[in-house]
Design a protein around this ligand. Structure first.
Ligand code: GAL
Length: 434
């Protein structure tokens, strides 16, 4: 074959390919019916949990494809900013993960959400969702979101083998002094850094401080979320920061390079004894095949035994979404007993419904359900968007991250109270926690 013939043959083939691709593109079947959701559940346990919830949706609506758009970054520290820009640009997905409480306020005020009170009525959610939770998804008396879980934030996760081997009885760790004594015992036994911390994204620093603040008493916590802790010399604020500084003396030096689940992995392997984290951590132990009360255990963070710190994820019905019907169908599945009982046993949280099938939940959650029912006080997490206005929380992680490096109590107290004072107009909710 001479060169000219070869070139002509190649040109004919390429032209044919282009033509057939164009014909396929023009004639391709219309895209299947879809639902697009955003969330930040990418760690091992969390991914399994959202997949289980999506499976319930897929069973109910087999003709609708689900596009999950996960944005990695614990507590949504990356996704929250992504979502803001999408919503503002009129490109909201059909539903997205959001914390109950203050986190929805800017979307509500900007009129980016549709009220879903009719759906709440039709699905009969009010009688089966605890008042404290239901209240956190309402704005101006209307419902705007559906809770998918109730996470507890004031939890210390421990490696039971490490504590047993060193004669530490977790039941005695009810004060920070007792907790730090136990850390000293472990350090003497050769565990140089008994507390695991992974603060990529900074929010885990805030998470720990928040539980220490709760340990100062519910009245102080209530003042904090109501924007009433306004003096940098407030004795309880200073005390909480001093406790946090002591705590930091026991954490792994490479904490800035770890995510929250990598820190939990150190407790799972026994390289560390403790980690303070919300009960999404249970999903990591579960995924690693560890057995509650044999391999690992939990205690409330010191001083918070009668308290249940709340972190509640929810989904909503944004205005102008591409698939409004699927958005509402998703919310129905999220709020359903079947959906909650598929998602929460894997996630580590308890169901947001009081009529869930508790036999589906493991031993950590059985204890959590009992604690939730018996709790004297509940408090909304600030680290997880619920308790305080965004104008304050936007500053918080940076302040705590600086504190973790410099441990400067008076600088942190000044910065925290300055942030509260600057946001004073935004504290529109009066929490009554006691
Ligand atoms: C929280 C969220 C939990 C879990 C955790 C770690 O803010 O509510 O569901 O995802 O972050 O990413």
């Amino acid at each position: 074959m001479n060169k000219t013939v070869l070139y002509v043959a190649v040109a004919v083939i390429i032209t044919a390919l282009i033509c057939s691709a164009t014909v396929w593109y023009v004639m391709r079947p219309a895209p299947a019916d879809v639902l697009e959701i955003y969330h930040w559940w990418t760690s091992g346990g969390e991914k399994d949990a959202i997949d289980a919830l999506v499976d319930v949706f897929a069973d109910d609506y087999p003709d609708t494809g689900v596009i999950q758009s996960p944005v990695a970054g614990g507590a949504g520290y990356v996704m929250k900013a992504v979502m803001k820009s999408l919503v503002l640009a009129g490109e909201a997905p059909d539903a997205f993960q959001m914390h109950a409480g203050y986190e929805g306020q800017p979307y509500f005020e900007g009129k980016y959400l549709e009220p879903i009170s009719d759906l709440w009525q039709e699905e009969g959610w009010k009688p089966v969702i605890p008042d404290v939770v239901e209240d956190m998804v309402k704005f101006d008396g209307e419902y705007y979101a559906v809770p998918v879980n109730i996470h507890r934030v004031n939890v210390v996760w421990y490696n039971k083998h490490v504590l047993d081997d060193n004669g530490v009885d977790p039941a005695t760790l009810t004060t920070w002094d007792a907790f730090f004594d136990a850390c000293d015992t472990l350090v003497t036994a050769g565990i140089a850094h008994p507390i695991a911390l992974g603060d990529i994204g900074k929010w885990t620093d805030t998470h720990v401080l928040e539980q220490i603040i709760a340990g100062e008493g519910i009245d102080f916590y209530e003042d904090w979320v109501n924007g009433q802790v306004t003096s940098a010399t407030d004795p309880k604020l200073v005390s909480a920061l001093n406790t946090f500084a002591t705590y930091l003396g026991y954490v792994n030096v490479d904490h800035v390079t770890l995510t929250w689940d990598e820190a939990i992995a150190r407790v799972i392997t026994g390289d560390a004894a403790f980690s303070v984290m919300g009960d999404w951590a249970n999903g990591e132990f579960y995924k690693a095949g560890k057995v509650y009360d044999t391999d690992y255990g939990t205690i409330p963070t010191p001083g918070t035994g009668v308290m249940y710190g709340l972190c509640i994820d929810c989904f909503q019905h944004p205005k102008g979404v591409k698939h409004p019907e699927n958005s509402l169908r998703w919310l129905k599945v999220v709020g359903s007993k079947e959906g909650q009982d598929a998602f929460n046993p894997i996630k580590g949280s308890i169901s947001a419904r009081t009529d869930s099938d508790t036999t589906k939940y493991g031993p950590y959650q059985a204890a959590a359900i009992a604690d939730f029912t018996a709790a004297t006080y509940m408090y909304p997490s600030v680290a997880h968007g619920s308790g305080a206005p965004e104008a304050f929380t936007a500053e918080l992680d940076d302040i705590m991250s600086a504190f973790v490096t410099d441990k400067d109590v008076s600088a942190a107290a000044s910065a925290l109270t300055a942030a509260t004072n600057a946001a004073s107009d935004d504290y529109i909710k009066v929490w009554d926690l006691d």
